[in-house]
Design a binder for this molecule. Structure first.
Ligand SMILES: [Zn+2]
Length: 241
């Protein structure tokens, strides 16, 4: 049986998390967008995904912070997840991504891989991987999930990072999917050749079909045709098969 990941879009419902300075984007919505993209990609790679929320609401609509954090852990624990990934965005005026983990465990390795995947776009904030366990920041979901847990802060909403967070909103999942798929034993996303496009990028573009993505799909198809000398028809049959 394949491995199971529990994806936890941080905050939601009554709790917006942080927000950017002009309040045009709230953390809970950023987290959910990345998480839903990631769910789609990982499922496409044959990985079982359990979500703590899929809408703008806290798990089970609970509005007590400790209880709703416990509900997130319960969902992961009941599913017997092999990895718990909480997705967040930061505040405090810094720049770059960071991951909180239980130090020394499998989660620390995954946290390191995830920050490495985001670093070319976001940079890292200080020491990329930090102690979220009982001797560190004592983060509830790190301390109360059975699975190795990683809480990733993609970037800061109240600094110059916000431009990157908005511009790359629908690309973060593809970045995170590569190391996650490796850890979870999914089908390896196709490597990205120089100037080329990965299969993950293309299938995401196809799934999120909209006017905005039409141009990206056309570009991706043209690049792939040139790269691999295949027809669009053969390519679509391959991707949808
Ligand atoms: Zn948060």
């Amino acid at each position: 049986m394949g491995k199971v990941i529990c994806i936890d879009p941080g905050h939601g419902g009554y709790d917006p998390g942080t927000h950017c300075l002009d309040n045009s984007l709230q953390e809970k919505d950023f987290n959910l967008a990345v998480a839903l993209d990631l769910k789609k990609i990982l499922e496409g790679l044959g990985i079982t995904v359990v979500m703590t929320r899929t809408t703008d609401d806290s798990p089970e609509g609970i509005t007590d912070l400790t209880k709703e954090l416990q509900a997130r852990c319960d969902i992961s624990n009941a599913a017997g997840a092999d990895l718990f990934l909480s997705i967040h965005a930061n505040a405090g005026g810094g720049v770059g991504c960071e991951a909180y983990v239980w130090p020394g465990g499998v989660g620390a390795t995954v946290g390191n891989d995830l920050t490495n995947a985001l670093a070319p776009t976001m940079g890292v904030h200080g020491e990329a991987v930090k102690d979220g366990g009982p001797n560190g920041r004592h983060l509830y979901v790190i301390c109360n999930t059975n699975a190795p847990a990683v809480l990733i802060e993609v970037g800061f909403m109240d600094s110059s990072d916000i431009t990157k967070l908005k511009d790359h909103l629908h690309q973060f999942a593809g970045m995170l999917a590569v190391p996650l798929s490796k850890f979870l034993g999914g089908i390896a996303p196709a490597p990205v050749a120089a100037g080329g496009v990965s299969q993950v990028t293309l299938t995401t573009a196809l799934d999120n079909h909209s006017a905005a993505t039409d141009a990206k799909i056309a570009d991706a198809l043209a690049a792939l045709q040139a790269q691999f000398d295949v027809t669009v028809k053969a390519l679509i049959a391959e991707l949808k098969g």
